[in-house]
Design a protein around this ligand. Structure first.
Ligand code: GDP
Ligand code: GDP
Length: 436
């Protein structure tokens, strides 16, 4: 299922990031203890009335060398391309400016639903300031105060009304959705072309995706695949398309819709910090992951070199120990046949469900090998384990006291589960819950 996306637009200092931070709250702070992995501060999850959606702060896409009007236009375009609903924010204390009118004009011409929010209306006496904003032609202006948190609920009520209803992907859709992420020039588009070869079956504008995103469908080895488009595949020369923030945003959106994410790295340039950050996003999202080392034609391609490169990957991407590594060349198509089987395997493992009785047998055997630890004289007791979810496989271990579950013991159980059931290519999650 794809989450709806809301973008906040408006000229600098109207309060976009203040509103953004209120919407996403502490979700923005990172969930996992992976060094270097943080959610980007311009794209994050928010929730309102049982709707989970993503919010983009277009102001966070840094185009600072450009004139104000260019920035404003491009940010409005990002919103139109990337979002289902746009919140257009103006500053109620300053009245309508030329830049506001410019944004209004662009939004008016698009077919995207727009909610006009007038910020910095900090108290009721200031309500009269609203009226002039009717002239922007974008419907009823709604008063809010980012700093005081007033009016935000009404704006969100209006926003969720406009969420598309067709964004749900079919539950028993058997297709494997995957995306390719990686820094510019690692060879993502070349790899897509090499994969498709002559067999390009359908290039379709899939319902419910933004106008710009083109999903490519193909069949191979008895499976059906959809490649989800990410930034950098079809640039059209907009200023924002070459910014790092924008490509991260597109990558995060693509990751979200994927079952499997191919983390593409360049054998020629080796692994750099940016590769780790990008891989971190996929890991954090709980997707199946295949690491693809492209441009293998440019280096000494002996078995030894492969082993050395893989060791380096294991060292640099410790949090991806479950991800298989594939070496290939998109340019020469050498070893490219090794990729599809890995995608299939990782996807199968990502949605695998194991039988409860087998699972508990494995846990009992594990307890016999390595008894549970004690903390301050209190011994951890494991009563029962069950798989509660797939994509990624998620297990709940019922225990006497969850605080006694040390992460090293959890890691031990994870390894045992992996050895017993084979979860190559997918992260798995384990939670300890109290049951007396
Ligand atoms: P952005 O550039 O659009 O992201 O704007 P910011 O969120 O950085 O806010 C710009 C300034 O306006 C900051 O000093 C905020 O504290 C202030 N501000 C934001 N919302 C409100 C509000 O509702 N009332 C008042 N009085 N100030 C606000
Ligand atoms: P993207 O920005 O990640 O989509 O990268 P591109 O697919 O546009 O490739 C960037 C450059 O790397 C282009 O000049 C490609 O021809 C080149 N390239 C891509 N794959 C390979 C490969 O396997 N070997 C070599 N030698 N060059 C490659």
């Amino acid at each position: 299922m794809r989450k709806s996306v809301v973008a906040i637009v408006g000229r600098p200092n109207v309060g976009k990031s203040t509103i953004f931070n209120r919407l996403v709250g502490e979700r923005i702070s990172i969930v996992e203890d992976v060094p270097g992995v943080t959610r980007d501060r311009i794209y994050a999850e928010a929730e309102w009335l049982n709707n989970t959606f993503n919010v983009i702060d277009t102001g966070g896409i840094d185009l600072s060398d450009e004139p104000l009007l260019v920035q404003i236009r491009e940010q409005a375009e990002i919103a139109i391309n990337e979002a289902d609903v746009i919140v257009f924010l103006v500053n109620g204390r300053e009245g309508i400016t030329a830049a506001d009118e410019e944004v209004a004009k662009i939004l008016f011409k698009s077919s995207k639903p727009v909610v006009l929010a007038v910020n910095k209306i900090d108290n009721y006496e200031m309500q009269d300031l609203l009226y002039e904003y009717y002239s922007l032609g974008l419907g009823q202006p709604m008063p809010i105060s980012g700093t005081h948190g007033l009016g935000l609920g009404d704006v969100l009520d209006e926003v969720v009304k406009h969420f598309p209803t067709d964004v749900q992907q079919d539950e028993d859709d058997e297709r494997i959705y995957f995306s390719l992420i990686g820094r510019p020039n690692v060879g993502k588009s070349s790899l897509v072309n090499a994969l498709l070869g002559e067999d390009r079956v359908i290039v379709s504008d899939v319902e419910g995706t933004t106008k710009d995103a083109i999903d490519t469908e193909f069949k191979r080895e008895g499976e059906e695949f959809t490649i989800i488009d990410t930034a950098g595949m079809r640039k059209r020369g907009k200023v924002y398309e070459s910014t790092e923030k924008y490509s991260v945003l597109r990558a995060l959106k693509a990751i979200e819709r994927s079952d499997v994410v191919l983390v593409v790295i360049d054998a020629d340039t080796g692994i750099i910090e940016q590769d780790k950050r990008i891989a971190g996003y996929a890991h954090e999202a709980g997707k199946a992951i295949v690491i693809v080392v492209n441009k293998w034609d440019t280096v000494d391609s002996s078995q030894d070199a492969m082993k050395k490169f893989e060791d380096d990957i294991r060292k640099q991407f410790q949090f991806l120990s479950y991800a298989p590594v594939v070496f290939l060349s998109a340019a020469t198509t050498k070893r490219i046949h090794t990729l599809i089987p890995r995608i299939i395997q990782s996807s199968e493992n990502h949605s695998k469900r194991v039988k409860t009785n087998l699972l508990n047998e494995v846990i009992e055997d594990s307890l016999a090998i390595n008894p549970t630890p004690s903390i301050k004289g209190q011994k951890l007791k494991i009563l029962y384990t069950t798989q509660v979810a797939t994509k990624p496989p998620t297990f709940v271990v019922f225990v006497n006291d969850p605080s006694l579950m040390h992460f090293t013991y959890e890691r031990f159980l994870e390894n045992r589960i992996r050895e017993a059931f084979g979860f190559d290519g997918t992260p798995i999650k384990i939670y300890a819950r109290q049951r007396s």
